[in-house]
Design a protein around this ligand. Structure first.
Ligand SMILES: NC(=O)c1ccc[n+]([C@@H]2O[C@H](COP(=O)([O-])OP(=O)(O)OC[C@H]3O[C@@H](n4cnc5c(N)ncnc54)[C@H](OP(=O)(O)O)[C@@H]3O)[C@@H](O)[C@H]2O)c1
Ligand SMILES: *[C@@H]1O[C@H](CO)[C@@H](O)[C@H](O)[C@H]1NC(C)=O
Ligand SMILES: *[C@@H]1O[C@H](CO)[C@@H](O)[C@H](O)[C@H]1NC(C)=O
Ligand SMILES: *[C@@H]1O[C@H](CO)[C@@H](O)[C@H](O)[C@H]1NC(C)=O
Length: 329
């Protein structure tokens, strides 16, 4: 020991400022990283006997949420569009949670027919549905269209989930008290609903479209809450944080290499998928939230949504427009 401490001591004595700077920077970065990691859901609530359906659960924060739900004893349905990836994820979820009651169902949110087929399957084969987590999402893709001709981000992030939620409401009501949790984003704060050009055909911009779709998630939580009054189905919208997942898959490759390299240090500061799943888990299980429906959350705490996310008239107008787009009476 003596052997090592002496040169270390001498080094510190010779370079006091350098050592102090390195130490302070190190501790500072560590504290900053912990702070950015945000809240952790500490609820020990069990979900034995309950059924949870999570959309887009084959990767990212959806998969981490699935592991947590399974650990709490729930029956977990991974609703995904790629059966190969979904089955591999289900294996991993079973292994990591020690819960074998994890199943996979086919759902492509870019197809209304697929959404209807999944809802029918769930209605016919599941006795209950306690928690619906609308997690799947696509960000900043090129100007793609869904099977039904809707702009892709609005179609997947909003319309697909809109129809799915509506078709599963009866089962959710039957299983009440139940919850619908919507993974939205901070991006809604700069969002705008383009009622006159909802598919952004006149002037497509990948950013604008993502923000519109995430604002739609927040507005829907509002209108859904009004419609569910007195039903014991509670609704939640949330921002999960900035997380290192596959969400950037359409955005990052479009950048030149030097810009992508600039993003590397950024990854040090973003959340891991486990950290990113915490607010979803919190909205799903925190007991004290059961009677507070329709709010918006971030970092495991309530947060005020942006003003355009609290616009009741826009929420109702968007609901009516969406209902007619997906053919819902
Ligand atoms: N990561 C962030 O920093 C961040 C920030 C704010 C909000 N969010 C939100 O968090 C949610 C989860 O994102 P993530 O970060 O975990 O991203 P991710 O790793 O890209 O996961 C997205 C999931 O959605 C699925 N999905 C995409 N299109 C689909 C479709 N048409 N039908 C069915 N599933 C589809 C994907 O399936 P495939 O693997 O088959 O494509 C994947 O399972 C999204 O709603 C996103 O908007 C994320
Ligand atoms: C549940 O949520 C409330 C309100 O945000 C919070 O004060 C409490 O600590 C949470 N409980 C757990 C176990 O996380
Ligand atoms: C979730 O978002 C979808 C699509 O925007 C919407 O149809 C649904 O009502 C929302 N539910 C909640 C609880 O926010
Ligand atoms: C929620 O409301 C129900 C019925 O009004 C009540 O029995 C229950 O104790 C409430 N739960 C919480 C956490 O406030």
């Amino acid at each position: 020991m003596q052997h090592y401490t002496k040169p270390v001591k001498e080094f510190v004595e010779e370079h006091p400022t350098g050592v102090a700077v390195v130490l302070v920077t190190g501790v500072g970065l560590f504290v900053l990283r912990r702070w950015l990691a945000g809240g952790v859901c500490r609820s020990k609530a069990r979900l034995d006997g309950k059924t949870v359906l999570i959309t887009g659960a084959n990767t990212g924060i959806g998969k981490e949420t699935a592991v947590d739900m399974a650990k709490r004893g729930a029956r977990v349905i991974l609703a995904c569009r790629d059966m190969g990836r979904a089955n591999r994820a289900a294996d991993e979820v079973r292994k990591r949670s020690g819960n074998g009651n994890v199943i996979v169902k086919m759902l492509d949110l870019a197809s209304l027919q697929s959404v209807r087929a999944l809802a029918k399957d769930v209605q016919q084969t599941e006795e209950r549905l306690d928690i619906l987590i609308n997690n799947a999402g696509i960000m900043m893709c090129p100007q793609w269209k869904t099977e039904d001709g809707f702009e892709m981000q609005f179609g997947v992030n909003h319309l697909g989930h809109f129809l799915l939620t509506n078709l599963l409401l009866d089962l959710l009501k039957k299983s009440a008290p139940s919850r619908v949790v919507n993974v939205s984003s901070l991006a809604h704060e700069t969002g705008k609903i383009h009622f006159d050009d909802i598919n952004l055909e006149k002037n497509y911009d990948a950013h604008t479209s993502y923000r519109q779709s995430k604002l739609a998630n927040v507005l829907f939580t509002r209108e859904l809450t009004v419609r569910l009054k007195g039903s014991e189905v509670a609704t939640y919208a949330l921002h999960p944080g900035v997380i290192h997942t596959e969400l950037g898959r359409h955005f990052l490759p479009s950048l030149p290499l030097w810009k992508r390299l600039l993003f590397l240090p950024f990854f040090f500061f973003v959340k891991t998928p486990w950290q990113g799943a915490q607010t979803t888990i919190y909205c799903t299980v925190n007991e004290s939230l059961q009677n507070t429906s329709g709010l918006y959350y971030s970092d495991c705490a309530p947060k005020e949504a942006a003003p355009q996310g609290r616009d009741d008239a826009a929420a109702r107008r968007l609901w009516d427009l969406s209902a007619s787009m997906v053919g819902l009476a």
